[in-house]
Write a protein that binds this ligand. Structure first.
Ligand SMILES: [Zn+2]
Length: 338
C-alpha cells in the first residue's frame, strides 16, 4: 500500500482518498482512540510513522500554529519568543551583572557540533561543569548547549524582537539549573551584519561537516567568551517564558543581551547552506512572536525615567544653576558700580 493522498482541511481534520473514496478523519497522535476498519488501522500506523518522522516543523501542516495539538504547553500564556517593547520595560536593581567568567573555561570540556533534526546548528557541551550565576538568577546554572535561529534574508531570523524589529540571527545559550528540576536559564544574543568576525570562524568553518539533518562532528574546544561582544553581561532584558520549540515548557528564565554580535553576510550564508530533514535549505527556523499577556519585562539598565532624576529634571536643575550664576554676575557688577 502506497502513501495515502490527503488534504489538510482544518487544524485537526484531513480529507483522505482511499480506494477512490473520500474519507474525513480527525488528526490523531496514536491509534488507541480510533476504532475503525483494519484498513484505517493500517493507515493509522502509516500516519504515526509519518508523524514520528516529521514531528514538528517551522512551516506547513506541522508548523507553529499546530504545535499545541501534540504539545499542550505550546498553547500556554507564558510562551516565548516575545517582542520587547522598550516603552514598557521596568528597571530592576536585582538584575546585576551575570557572572559568565567560566565561559572562558576549556579544560575538561568536549564540544560537538550538531545539525539537530534539521532544526538548528547546535554546539553541545560535555565534561566539566561551566556554571553561571548572579544577575537575579535563583541558583547556579550549568551550560548545556548553544544554538542559532536565522532567516533566509537579513530582515528576519531572530526569535525575539526589540520594538518590533527582528535581527538576521539570534544565539541561545542554554543552561540547566543545578540541584534538580528541569529549569533553564537561556541567554540570547542578537546579531547584526557587518565585517567578518574572525572569532566565529572556529564554528562557521565547521558547518559544512554537519550539512545534513542529524549530522554531528567533534570540534576543537574554544572559549565561548570569544564569540561574545563583551566579557561582561550587565546590560540586558529579563522575563520568564518557555522553550521556543516543542514541548514549549514554561521553565525558562530569559536574558536577552543588549550588546549584539556582528558577523558578515558570508558567515551567515554558511548557516543558510545547512539542510533540514527534507533536504531543503535550513532557514527561517524561528517561532513567531507570542503574547506577553500578564508578564513584565525587566531591564538591568536604569532608564532616564527611572533614574530618580529624569532628563527633564536635570534640564531644570541646570537652568536653575544658570540663573543663579547670572544673578551672581549681575550682583557683582552692581557692587563694582557702587
Ligand atoms: Zn533557541
Amino acid at each position: 500500500m502506497g502513501t495515502p493522498q490527503y488534504i489538510h482541511l482544518t487544524t485537526n481534520k484531513y480529507l483522505f482518498i482511499l480506494s477512490g473514496k473520500l474519507v474525513i478523519i480527525t488528526r490523531i497522535s496514536s491509534c488507541t482512540a480510533v476504532i475503525m476498519s483494519p484498513l484505517l488501522l493500517i493507515l493509522c500506523g502509516i500516519l504515526t510513522v509519518v508523524r514520528s518522522l516529521h514531528d514538528w516543523s517551522y512551516s506547513g501542516p506541522y508548523g507553529p500554529t499546530e504545535w499545541h495539538i501534540d504539545h499542550a504547553d505550546c498553547g500556554g500564556d507564558r510562551q516565548s519568543p516575545i517582542d520587547i517593547d522598550t516603552g514598557l520595560i521596568t528597571y530592576s536593581p536585582k538584575l546585576t551583572e551575570i557572572n559568565i567568567d567560566s565561559y572562558s573555561q576549556t579544560e575538561g570540556v568536549e564540544l560537538s557540533l550538531v545539525n539537530v533534526a534539521g532544526h538548528t546548528a547546535e554546539v553541545e557541551y560535555k565534561g566539566k561543569d561551566i556554571l553561571i550565576s548572579g544577575g537575579g538568577l535563583p541558583a547556579d546554572y550549568a551550560l548545556k548547549q548553544f544554538h542559532f535561529h536565522w532567516g533566509k534574508v537579513d530582515s528576519r531570523g531572530s526569535e525575539h524582537a526589540i520594538d518590533g524589529h527582528h535581527y538576521p540571527m539570534e544565539m541561545h545559550i542554554v543552561h540547566k539549573r543545578k540541584g534538580g528540576g528541569n529549569f533553564l536559564a537561556v541567554i540570547g544574543y542578537f546579531f547584526d551584519i557587518g565585517s567578518n568576525n574572525m572569532a566565529f570562524d572556529v564554528l562557521v568553518n565547521q558547518l559544512h561537516n554537519i550539512k545534513n539533518s542529524g549530522a554531528n562532528v567533534t570540534i576543537p574546544t574554544f572559549k565561548l567568551t570569544d564569540l561574545l561582544p563583551n566579557t561582561k553581561l550587565n546590560n540586558y532584558f529579563r522575563y520568564e517564558g518557555s522553550l521556543t520549540t516543542p514541548p514549549c515548557s514554561e521553565v525558562v528564565i530569559w536574558t536577552l543581551s543588549s550588546d549584539h554580535i556582528t558577523i558578515s553576510e558570508d558567515q551567515l550564508n554558511k548557516f543558510r547552506a545547512l539542510r533540514d530533514a527534507d533536504g531543503k535549505e535550513l532557514v527561517d527556523d524561528y517561532r513567531p512572536l507570542q503574547k506577553l499577556n500578564s508578564r513584565k519585562v525587566m531591564t538591568s539598565r536604569r532608564t532616564k525615567d527611572q533614574s530618580g532624576t529624569s532628563l527633564a529634571a536635570k534640564t531644570s536643575i541646570n537652568a536653575q544653576w544658570m540663573l543663579t550664576f547670572v544673578a551672581c554676575i549681575i550682583i557683582a557688577y552692581r557692587s563694582c558700580d557702587q
